[in-house]
Design a protein. Sequence first.
Length: 121
Amino acid sequence: MSDSRVIGPGTGEWAVRLAETLALILANDANYALREPLVWQAVSQALMAGYPAGVRTDPNEPSWPVAFIDLPTGQVSWHQPEYRRGWDGHSNPEKRRRIEAFLASVAEPVPELEATRAGEG
């Protein structure tokens, strides 16, 4: 079943979610505290829908990275605040332990994670 709201090569649920998020961004464009996480959400949804998207540094304003999405109707972008904290030196194994600890603290067990652990024996 197709969705008539979807245009261009990205079709399906992710394109519809992206459209909904972009509508929220338009409605809240001056509310930066709300817009910032919506832009990151839209970038993720664009990638899932098959649209090119990502982040680049603006050479004129390097402390304000720019999030881009290439829609079938043309490119859109937003300056986003720079992440101010530096890398804390974590390794890939430490990153995995931190994620697993977070999952254990807020979520039900993830079956894929449990299967991976069982295979590590």
